[in-house]
Design a protein around this ligand. Structure first.
Ligand code: IPE
Ligand code: IPE
Ligand code: MG
Length: 253
């Protein structure tokens, strides 16, 4: 497999998919939730380390009540329906976000699933639910300050207090539905992520397109602020040249 270990997906376009078919938006969410299982299986088969799925943002509370409650119900349904498959595939399940405001029954299902899979060594499957990137950062800073009132915050301190510190940086962010923005998703973890935007709306997203995107993005060169590998080979200094440079620097030239 490629260098792509952590894929994060903004599963967007459900509402427009339904409206284009003269159906209510919630129909799109129902169809979209069926796609989630296929994409999780594909991520597992591709041996990705982590798949983070954006299912409900802190801003999505502003939607009509019926839509919000459908999204909550679909999360619960997913947890019940996929439990056996998650367990038998050795998947480690986590929810990132403020789950305290969810119905008690859903909180209990989440905690049960997180507990049952905490020792799993397969795919890390993270559902970002009632999640916002800004609030995650603020939460982390506040937690840190409470425990370390007199210490200056470092990047690794901030990492340590994120919802799921173990997942690390995102390698590839895919957004379906045609919009080209990140909508408050994993803003800290995506500092060096590759971005891929597809016009396909989430209910039409297939394992085939998912694999093709990963293949395509794997061919991109990630430089992380460095120069290209090609340049480094072509222009790399010989030992003698590098010695000359060290000497010049030491001599203050
Ligand atoms: C994404 O689809 C699902 C959630 C935000 C929960 P949308 O509901 O945003 O669909 P569009 O973007 O309106 O088509
Ligand atoms: C982002 O999609 C949130 C999820 C997919 C859960 P939105 O549809 O809410 O984002 P905007 O409003 O188009 O930026
Ligand atoms: Mg949307």
């Amino acid at each position: 497999m490629s260098q792509i270990k952590h894929v994060a997906i903004i599963m967007d376009g459900n509402g427009r998919w339904a409206n284009n078919r003269f159906h209510p938006r919630i129909w799109g969410h129902v169809r979209g939730s069926a796609v989630v299982s296929d994409i999780v299986s594909t991520a597992d088969e591709l041996k990705l380390k982590t798949l983070t799925l954006y299912a409900f943002s802190t801003e999505n509370w502003s939607r009509p009540l019926e839509e919000v409650s459908t999204l909550f119900k679909l999360l619960k349904k997913f947890l019940i329906k996929e439990k056996d498959r998650i367990l038998s595939n050795n998947i480690k399940f986590r929810v990132m976000g403020d789950i305290d405001s969810l119905p008690t029954e859903t909180i209990n299902l989440i905690k049960e699933m997180e507990g049952l899979t905490s020792g799993a060594s397969g795919l890390n499957l993270i559902f970002a639910f009632n999640y916002g990137g800004r609030s995650e950062i603020i939460r982390s800073v506040n937690l840190f300050q409470k425990m370390n009132p007199n210490k200056v915050l470092t990047e690794s301190d901030l990492n340590q207090f994120l919802y799921c510190p173990e997942i690390g940086d995102v390698d590839l962010m895919i957004r379906t539905g045609g919009e080209q923005r990140i909508s408050n998703f994993l803003i800290w973890q995506m500092a060096y992520a590759e971005m891929y935007f597809t016009d396909t709306k989430w209910p039409d997203f297939t394992p085939k397109e998912f694999c093709e995107i990963i293949q395509k993005v794997s061919r991109r060169e990630r430089r992380f602020g460095n120069v290209s590998d090609q340049n480094q080979l072509g222009e790399s200094m010989s030992k003698a040249e590098s010695n000359k440079l060290t000497f010049a620097l030491e001599a203050g030239l």
